[in-house]
Design a protein around this ligand. Sequence first.
Ligand SMILES: [Zn+2]
Length: 359
Amino acid sequence: MASSARMLPEAILNGCRLKGISVIGTGDILHPVWREMWEKTSVPVDMIAVPTTEVEGADRVHHLILLPDYDAARDLADALIPFSKNVEKNGRPQVKLQGEDIARRVHDLGGMIGPAHAFTPWTSLYASHNSVASCYGDEQIDLLELGLSADSGYGSRIADLAGVPFLTNSDAHSPEPAKLGREFTRIETNSNHPDTMAVLDAVKAGTIVMNAGFFPEEGKYNRTACTRCFTPYSLSEAEEHKWKCPIDKGRIKKGVRDRAEELSSGPETQRPPYLHIIPLAEIIQRTLGTCSPTTKKCSDLYQRCLVAFGDEISILTETPIDDIREFHLELGDAVSAFREGRIVLHPGGGGQYGTFSLG
Ligand SMILES: [Zn+2]
């Protein structure tokens, strides 16, 4: 667990309260010590902690796994131990099994599985495979996590993914609300008192109301570009130059957007609305023009926002813009620009991060 020492279940749940998250994945749930900590945690009645983990399978594909309860997590750990050296040591264990063999074991335990950060140029389904079946064989995937490098648009014309719910989640390494839920998924359950099973059922049924996350263009491998001088190239130009930059002979690396495009052969499928957003603390930082979102000036304004409007996600998604403008004019303008997509993007590529400015 390469995480902050403050990253404890109670602190995570407190951070979720401020952020406005009511369903959280535990992460790392195959790890015995972490699992025991969660089992001993009393989760507030209006919050749900879903036992989750990532696992690295054959070909370095990362899988996201959701489990119905802690017993299933224990059973899955036992089932994977013969194929792994670090199930009990590493939060994201490496397992010498194909996706199909991992998925079968997860399904036998009533869990759900799908590719984690599926479009990341390394350690992902589409980094190593051209199709879902090539990794998962006859086993169905129950979800696909888009990850920081993609939004719904990247998967909406991939015929393989028709009917597969897209999740936008992010793993947190410290419990501050600015680091929790950098990406989030809003789901609708058919229960008045939802529990873990209701969450799993909602994901399975695809009753997702909204995905929210970063601009894929911010990623450092969004566009096909030279890894030395970062000059962008189209796919055909890159092929013509045999993936070698004509300017400085640097290597041209295929971008996530072009990778998604070459997998996209089907018609566009309808997906829930996707809100491109960054954490409120970072919006405040941009608004105040300070060097970091953790300065006293920023955290003071952040705290005042929470007092005025409740939790962070409400402010990002639904607090009336006029109310935010009345509270702080520039902040209201900035939140409005995100909600309406008035953002100017400068895509990354070749290892250089992209940037954006408010339009
Ligand atoms: Zn170059």
